[in-house]
Design a protein around this ligand. Sequence first.
Ligand code: SAH
Length: 376
Amino acid sequence: MNRLGARLAERIRLYGPIGVAEFMALALADPDDGYYTTREAIGAAGDFITAPEVSQMFGELIGAWCHAAWLALGRPSPVRLVELGPGRGTLMADMLRTAAGDPDFRRAIDLHLVEVSPRMRALQAERLAGSGAQWHDRFADVPAGPLLVVANEFFDALPVHQFVLTRDGWRERVVGIDDAGNLAFGAGPGHPAVDLLPGDAGTARPGAIFEVNLAAEAMMADLSGRIAATGGALLAIDYGTAASRCGDSFQAMTRHGPAPVLERPGEVDLTAHVDFAALAKIASTTGACVLGPTTQGHFLLELGLLDRAGRLGAAADAAGRAEIQAAVERLAGEAAMGRLFKVLAVTSGFTLPGFATPALTGSQGSHTMSGNGDQA
Ligand code: SAH
């Protein structure tokens, strides 16, 4: 057992099992041994690759989307451009390059990055030197005013609660210690409020699991409340489902492959699929306008991915063109990120490009939730 595992086991021995959400929060963000504090998560040398690291086209198209949102808002200056969980800063660097195509827009941008990891902040500061970025621990600290918010692979990192169906009904799923002294899943005394149960809970079999991301829902309520009140647009992109259903998507990644979730806390990335139906529902209760969810494939193609690839390809050699073609396939292909990844937008009352296909509902947007390997 590693150091964080031993500390968690000691704490569980003293105070009893902890919920899955608490385990996830500690494993990711522990100030000494947490994953985001100690690891180089993203990139070829890290544990996973994200869309902006696949190709500059991703950030360029999102930069153009933000520009469209700024025009729809009536060109406010300043506009708070906010990124939640900016990783290596690649997405924002590509967005800002595109934004500079309209100097009025670039001048209006007041840049705010919400990032918990000091390590990641250092990478972002290097990548975004001269951008005027300010960092915050929490979105609540971003100053008031019209907002453009981008969150790519952010919501999946927020701690998820799980519930498991036992003979005594649904109980919170917890992490305790087994007879051999290892961290192990169990069922705790807590049980979910009836309105948290997903649509298919009635037909679930014993052992079935469902997830609720209270942190993600609270975050979405804050974001959409502010957008509805003071104007703005939010774009959330992540792997997940378009319907709230039973399923266990709590997963660990290391070195681009799946890993056991409890074995090496702090050394592996922990995530859960995002329930876009739940996020859309929360957003609409705040009076904001919800677009989607749609798939990343539909979204990027509608935004002009092929056109952008064609123009980049025209200036490249044969190897460069093959690379661009592979990136298009990876970002938008059904078997890669195109279908698993979903896109949801929230605005203060206007539509924006990317959501012309009908919003995904129920079974259309669902998929098996077990495959760790289908993360990019
Ligand atoms: N958006 C980036 C990185 C995704 S990884 C990309 O697409 O490449 C998740 C990012 O969110 C990391 O930068 C991580 O440090 C940050 N993060 C995780 N939990 C967070 C939280 N609760 N608040 C702010 N940032 C968080």
